[in-house]
Design a protein around this ligand. Structure first.
Ligand code: FAD
Length: 510
């Protein structure tokens, strides 16, 4: 009897749990490009092109290994447009009565698939996605009975579990768990940026790019020029380039922002890790090896490994621990419509124009741009949480709900009331000035507070703090800022709030 093994677009790993015991003589791997997955949000054109091309190359990789792959292209005749429809057709085509699938990363799909067994009258076997460092059961055990979930403590567990940067005595390398204090340097005037690896599209990718341009013309961004890795060995090449050329400076300039370069010393690997072209454990091991060989300093390597075995694992745990309610929480009652410039990048705020402009172009912005520029603006202006979440899902090549939602809803918007982070990442223009060169050429003046040409982040920041004063009262991490608010001259606060009111009334004019 034939078993169908369904592989999703972000499950492109040869060691996947649903593939591990495949019988190459009888089993069939089903891979399907379906409209529903391409359009449940209007993903960036580059993201769709990347995923479809990587799927097609993965199918070739499996076939070369002797696996029988049934691959359905988006425009194939009879394509029903949904994964369920394609599973049903494939079951009939192959006279199969069993389907094996590795659990999907997104709640909406998991919920949908749970009805398949009954609706299709077959046996559906779900297997855990074991491409993560922690199982969900481990996370839940850790989270159980804790008053607060804090990444830093979970991260230490993951360091112990993996042994990354641990001494033989079970102590953290260098004596400290976290070297973040060393990771806030501003960029020197003269510095060369390594840039990401770039790959020339082959015939498969060119065909996909034509398809994306024809079918998804109204989605955000441009498909071409396209230089992403779409094959495993290309992604491995991108990893090596990062380790050799960017990792040594990753820590120092991790929080820096500049008009001069969209990528700085970041890895630009999230899209590859999230679809399974790179294995997170192997990525960290490559970083650790560079440290051991003396090629990258501890603050860089610890910071990099923490992002992956700490933050990436932690947000996944929180997502599955808290869904489905998580998505509907809106503690700060943020409901203002998203201004148009989030889609056009057409704003006089230089930091926002840079973050959004490069996002349109590359489907990429680095963490501090996502958190402290676009996210911070959305938080301060009280932008509608659903619209903001959709925006983040639409615009990045690495966007998948399990990682996007906790970062946006929790970390950036604090809509979860502190499950993910103990205090909101709210900041005035001063932070952006300190960490970037954006303010120098900006139409707004970051030194001004409430004048017509003052940086909008300044008045919006104090208005946000004043608006939510009651809620933040009692949060010890907000004590300092609430003290400053309370000590502020009444006239000054009135002027700031008046300026904020004017800004909020006409965000589109910024
Ligand atoms: P680097 O800076 O080089 O970091 C190395 C790796 O660590 C990344 O590739 C990623 O796998 C991991 N990582 C770093 N920070 C985080 C984090 N906070 N959460 C989870 N993993 C992390 N990441 C996504 O993968 N998909 C998303 O949809 C996404 N949406 C985000 C939305 C907001 C509002 C914010 C603040 C962050 C979001 N992130 C998301 C996390 C992070 O910003 C990106 O992973 C990172 O910018 C990707 O670029 P990079 O590969 O160059 O990362």
């Amino acid at each position: 009897v034939t078993t169908i093994r369904l592989i999703l677009g972000d499950q492109l790993s040869p060691g996947l749990s649903s593939l591990c015991d495949i019988d190459k003589d009888t089993d069939v791997v089903l891979m399907a490009e379906v409209m529903a997955e391409c359009t449940y949000v209007k993903h960036h054109k580059k993201k769709i092109a990347f995923v479809l091309s990587a799927m097609r190359h993965f199918a070739d990789e499996l076939e070369a290994d002797g696996v029988n792959v049934d691959y359905i292209k988006l425009k194939d005749r009879g394509n029903t447009g949904t994964l369920k429809g394609e599973a049903e057709r494939a079951l009939k085509r192959h006279k199969a009565d069993k389907l094996i699938v590795t659990r999907p990363g997104e709640y909406r799909l998991q919920e949908d698939m749970e009805s398949w067994s009954q609706d299709l009258g077959i046996d559906v076997e779900f297997r855990d996605d074991d491409r993560f460092i922690a199982t969900l059961a481990e996370f839940n055990d850790w989270a159980q009975d804790r008053k607060e979930l804090r990444m830093e403590y979970f991260y230490r567990e993951m360091r112990r579990k993996t042994g990354f940067l641990m001494t033989d005595d079970g102590e953290p390398e260098g004596g400290k768990w976290n070297y973040d204090k060393d990771n806030r340097k501003s960029l020197p005037d003269k510095i060369d940026f390594p840039g990401p690896s770039q790959f020339t599209p082959d015939d498969i990718t060119e065909e996909v790019l034509d398809l994306v341009e024809a079918e998804f013309a109204d989605h955000f961004g441009d498909a071409r020029p396209f230089s992403f890795a779409v094959k495993r060995h290309q992604a491995e090449h991108a990893l090596k380039r990062f380790i050799d050329h960017a990792l040594p400076c990753f820590g120092d300039y991790q929080d820096a922002m500049t008009n001069r370069d969209p990528h700085l010393f970041h890895s630009i690997l999230a899209a590859y890790i999230n679809v399974g072209l790179l294995d997170p454990h192997a990525v960290c091991a490559a970083g650790e090896k560079a440290y051991e060989a003396g090629n990258a300093p501890l603050n860089a390597v610890e910071g990099f490994i923490r992002q992956i075995i700490g933050w990436r694992e932690f947000v996944r745990g929180v997502y599955w621990h808290e869904m489905p309610d998580y998505k509907t929480r809106n503690i700060l009652r943020a409901d203002r419509p998203l201004p148009d410039f989030f889609w056009t990048g057409d704003t006089r705020m230089a930091c926002m124009a840079q973050a959004i402009g490069q996002t349109k172009q590359h489907a990429y912005a680095h963490h501090i741009q996502r958190l402290m520029v676009t996210g911070n603006f959305a938080l301060l202006a009280g932008l509608d949480t659903d619209e903001v979440n959709d925006w983040y899902m639409c615009v990045y090549a690495d966007a998948y709900e399990w990682v996007e939602l906790p970062n946006t809803h929790g970390m950036a918007l604090w809509a979860d009331g502190g499950i993910l982070g103990s205090k909101p990442y709210a900041a005035s223009g001063k932070y952006i000035e300190r960490m970037s060169d954006h303010c120098k050429g900006c139409a707004y003046n970051v030194k001004e507070q409430a004048t017509e040409d003052a940086c909008p982040f300044n008045a919006l920041y104090w208005d946000f703090i004043a608006r939510h004063e009651q809620r933040f009262d009692g949060n010890h991490r907000m004590g300092l800022v609430l003290n400053s608010l309370r000590k502020m001259d009444g006239g000054k606060l009135t002027a700031l709030r008046k300026r904020a009111g004017n800004l909020l009334e006409d965000l589109d004019s910024l």
